[in-house]
Ligand binder design. Structure first.
Ligand code: BEZ
Length: 247
């Protein structure tokens, strides 16, 4: 999947993505001197926080725009454009950290194989948070209802994201050789600012707009946002966290 990211819209309206991610760093518990990969680092805020522990961190992201912005903001850190399903020229790490990225990669098995190969044997750890089963179902249902009203077909979120259950993801991890040490699944309704559903859709769900005539796009966004008003314009995030170890 190649996606162009608007880093300004990301940082101005969706900073909660990395602000919430800070809590995941507690699961990572980075130690000075450890080699850590931040997979899907975006604009590098969490890479920087991990580096504050004294760990040696590399941040990678598939988006050139994100990596350029990360490098501008944190010139002393190391960032690279990389595709997580084809990591190249990277060593093995003590830990691989990933916040809000793995659900974008539909080929979950391939990315887990890559992660496994790039962890040090006997204890290299994966600490990740991704969208879990049922993530953003309310928003996608509302977008699809408005698409159908305008004469467009509904789009299944399975075509865009992978939101596994705890059981499904644990099985996948185990089948790739990981020992699953800790999991969590929780609802995190996330308040969005004014016009938040519109911004959120433009930022993250462009596929639901891509085939809609330009003059219908505002109607679709407005109607979707209105229909979610009773949900107080919260994004119905569901999170899945894992700590899994290469044994
Ligand atoms: C998430 O972080 O769960 C997410 C964000 C944007 C689109 C889909 C999922």
């Amino acid at each position: 999947m190649s996606y162009r990211w608007n880093t300004n819209l990301y940082q101005q309206k969706h900073a909660f993505v990395y602000q919430f991610g800070a809590d995941l760093i507690k699961w990572l518990n980075p130690q000075a001197g450890e080699d850590i990969l931040d997979l899907g680092c975006g604009t590098g805020e969490l890479t920087e926080q991990i580096a504050q522990s004294g760990a040696k961190v590399i941040g990678i992201d598939q988006s050139e725009e994100m990596i350029q912005q990360a490098q501008r903001q944190h010139p002393e850190r190391l960032f690279q454009v990389q595709n997580a399903t084809q990591l190249s020229n990277l060593p093995q790490f003590d830990a691989i950290f990933s916040n809000a990225t793995l659900h974008w990669i539909l080929d979950a098995r391939t990315v887990l194989k890559q992660i496994y190969q790039h962890l040090k044997p006997d204890g290299g750890r994966l600490v990740a948070e991704l969208g879990g089963r049922g993530n953003i179902a309310q928003i996608i249902t509302a977008l699809n209802q408005q698409r159908v009203q305008l004469g467009y077909s509904a789009i299944s979120s399975d075509k865009q994201w992978f939101f596994p259950s705890v059981g499904e993801y644990s099985s996948l991890l185990e089948s790739e050789g990981f020992e699953v040490r800790q999991t969590a699944y929780f609802h995190r309704d996330t308040s969005l600012a004014e016009d938040g559903i519109k911004h959120w859709t433009k930022m993250f769900a462009g596929r639901w707009l891509a085939d809609v005539d330009i003059e219908h796009q505002d109607n679709l966004l407005e109607a979707t946002q209105e229909s979610l008003r009773s949900a107080l314009w919260r994004a119905d995030y569901k999170r899945l966290r894992v700590l899994a170890v290469k044994v």
